[in-house]
Design a protein around this ligand. Structure first.
Ligand SMILES: NC(=O)c1ccc[n+]([C@@H]2O[C@H](COP(=O)([O-])OP(=O)(O)OC[C@H]3O[C@@H](n4cnc5c(N)ncnc54)[C@H](O)[C@@H]3O)[C@@H](O)[C@H]2O)c1
Length: 92
């Protein structure tokens, strides 16, 4: 991990309220040394995955995104779950 590790470090430090999960198969050229800077952060987790595991994960994430989009679309306009901006109310 090279530029990938820089992105992970940036996300972990900049967004402490987000949980950052780093999935990697740890190829022969990979090194976790690049991620020592965030190893102890409570919002950072490293998970070693098998080759091919990301394809399955992609399917799950797509389904989650579809479910979130559907939930946001059917929420009443102006409700906290709605994606759309609330329409302006006339005061007069
Ligand atoms: N290095 C650059 O200058 C640069 C520039 C632009 C974009 N990118 C992109 O950023 C990403 C990361 O770049 P990098 O330099 O950190 O690459 P890298 O080769 O140093 O690290 C890639 C990591 O991905 C892991 N990996 C590969 N296939 C996997 C799989 N199927 N499942 C799980 N883990 C897998 C490897 O084990 C490795 O640790 C790449 O997609 C690259 O194309 C890199």
């Amino acid at each position: 991990m090279c530029s990938g590790s820089h992105v992970v470090i940036l996300l972990v430090k900049k967004y402490p309220h987000y949980k950052i999960v780093n999935l990697d198969k740890l190829d022969y050229c990979s090194s976790l040394k690049n991620l020592e800077a965030v190893a102890g952060y409570p919002n950072y987790t490293f998970v070693k995955v098998r080759t091919g595991a990301l394809a399955g994960l992609r399917v799950v994430l797509r389904a989650c995104v579809r479910a979130l989009m559907a939930a946001a679309t059917i929420a009443p306009i102006g409700s906290p779950r709605s994606c759309r901006a609330p329409s302006r109310r006339r005061t007069s």
